[in-house]
Design a protein around this ligand. Structure first.
Ligand code: NAD
Length: 465
């Protein structure tokens, strides 16, 4: 933690997955932070010390930040005293694939109305199309009551946290990207992140330092390069997963196993082992949105992005593959009872946005399947956000599996890894599990478990001509 003389006053606008993590982490580092949201319910919860989302360690870190952290719905309260103002509002996709920038515009205009005429840095942490930083700067210029050139600086500081490990990623980032055409703005952000840049920085024991970690790389760039870095990073990660999924499909034909193949290629340092897991395809609030945004930005310039378009298409195909596999085993699905284990798009989060499990449950419903779904954390959120889907909730994974004609594992929660699968199979009406996340490692009777990227005995029989 830092000496109080180095502490800054910070406002974080938008307290979703990114804003909450940012606010709490900066307060933990020693800054004085006000988190602001237009959602009154969220702010009321936060004021009571409750978190509106599930994210490991966030509650403990919030407690450890003590009275350096406040919550408000008022721009008049949060903005005038802030040295640094983060914009962390959502940029969800429009039907065209372009991101909806109306929340950023609202936030920028509201911020502008309360700037204090002294030096303040506005930081764009939301993922936004290239050029948005300049657009925000123009909005500040137009709407600030007492505008003076050089007083309000805009910096792009894209966020790379992964939900489920957000605190780990925020406290021990690989790199911090700061994009601005103003050296003063960059210097202020370097001061903000100073504790993290110190090699001896130790986060609390419940977020252990990764082996071999030294300190984050500081990458300073122009505003537009920083905006592009965020899209390019997500697009590349999505490509890696789609690539693994494409190879996985061929593995099934040639009787190879994608898990062995990716282990073999991942040890090549030029490739790396992460984001090479084959499965039911990527999901979550970012990959689908950001790949579509990048493709649509390209389209604006008449520039095709065929690799990215293929990655998106493979992902669509991969989600359908789960249903196809089920049909190969059960033939007619109507009237069957299928357990869906895992609803969140990945473990250790309750985020349901663009989750592959959503499409799976929706498609099964269309096919007349009785779906019994379970998720250790995300079920209450699904009750709100997935009202349009037809499924029954199960109190436990075991209860979902009991009497089922088949099960599909959609999320690799630890509790599914630890399940007594041999016992669970015996209690199913028909012992069949489509394991899209390589959760099951136990040796189980032949024909009971089908995994993506590995030939299931008796299902795909193919000889090359
Ligand atoms: P979110 O939807 O969880 O949170 C956005 C919050 O902003 C909401 O609480 C909303 O009420 C609030 N808000 C909207 N308009 C507002 C306004 N005018 N003033 C104040 N608050 C306002 O979104 P998120 O997942 O935290 O993502 C935020 C941004 O960060 C997006 O651009 C996203 O692409 C990017 N991002 C997200 C992740 C992630 O894993 N979720 C990772 C990296 C980057």
């Amino acid at each position: 933690m830092m000496q109080d003389t180095r502490a800054l006053q910070v406002a974080v606008v938008g307290t979703g997955y990114v804003g909450l993590g940012t606010a709490i982490m900066l307060a933990y580092l020693g800054h004085h932070v006000v988190g602001l949201d237009v959602d009154e319910n969220k702010v009321a919860m936060l004021r009571r010390g409750q978190l509106p989302i599930y994210e490991p360690h966030l509650d403990q870190l919030m407690l450890d930040s003590g009275d350096r952290l406040r919550w408000t719905t008022s721009y008049a309260e949060a903005i005038p005293d802030a040295d640094v103002i983060f914009i962390c509002v959502g940029t969800p996709p429009l039907p065209s694939g372009q991101p909806n920038l109306s929340y950023v515009a609202d936030a920028a205009q509201s911020i502008a109305g309360h700037l204090n005429g002294k030096l303040q840095v506005v930081v764009n942490k939301s993922t936004v199309p290239i050029g948005t930083g300049d657009w925000v700067a123009r909005m500040l210029e137009e709407h600030a009551p007492d505008y003076h050139e050089g007083r309000y600086l805009v910096v792009s500081n894209p966020e790379f946290l992964r939900e489920g490990t957000a605190m780990h990623d925020s406290l021990y980032p690989d790199r911090i990207v700061l994009g601005s055409d103003s050296p003063v703005g960059i210097a202020q952000l370097v001061r903000l992140y100073e504790p993290l840049l110190d090699q001896s920085f130790e986060a609390p024991g419940y977020v252990p330092r990764p082996a071999g970690y030294t300190r984050p790389e500081l990458v300073t760039t122009s505003l537009s390069s920083a905006e592009m870095i965020k899209y390019a990073a997500n697009a590349f990660l999505a490509l890696k997963i789609s690539f693994a999924n494409e190879i996985a499909g061929l593995c099934e034909w040639v009787d190879a196993d994608i898990a062995e193949v990716t282990r073999g290629i991942g040890h090549d340092q030029r490739i790396g082992p992460r984001f090479l897991e084959a499965g039911a395809g990527w999901g979550g609030s970012c990959f689908g949105k950001d790949t579509s945004a990048l493709i649509s930005i390209g389209r604006e310039y008449g520039y095709d992005m065929p690799i990215l378009a293929a990655a998106v298409e493979i992902n669509r195909r991969q989600r359908q593959l789960v249903i196809t596999k089920l049909q190969q085993h059960l033939h007619r699905l109507k009237g069957k009872r299928v357990a869906v284990l895992g609803m969140a798009f990945k473990p250790n989060t309750d985020d349901l946005r663009d989750s592959p499990a959503h499409d799976c449950i929706a498609r099964l419903g269309e096919l007349g399947v009785q779906v019994v779904a379970h998720d250790p954390i995300a079920m209450p959120r699904a009750r709100e956000e997935w009202r349009h889907l037809r499924y029954h909730e199960a109190a436990s994974a075991e209860a979902a599996l009991h009497g089922a004609d088949a099960a599909i594992i959609m999320t690799e929660w630890n509790e599914y890894r630890q399940l007594d699968w041999a016992g669970a199979l015996r209690r199913m009406r028909n012992p069949l599990v489509i394991d899209t996340r390589r959760v099951i490692t136990a040796a189980l009777p032949v024909g009971t478990v089908e995994q993506i990227g590995k030939r299931a005995p008796g299902v795909l029989v193919h000889e090359a001509s």
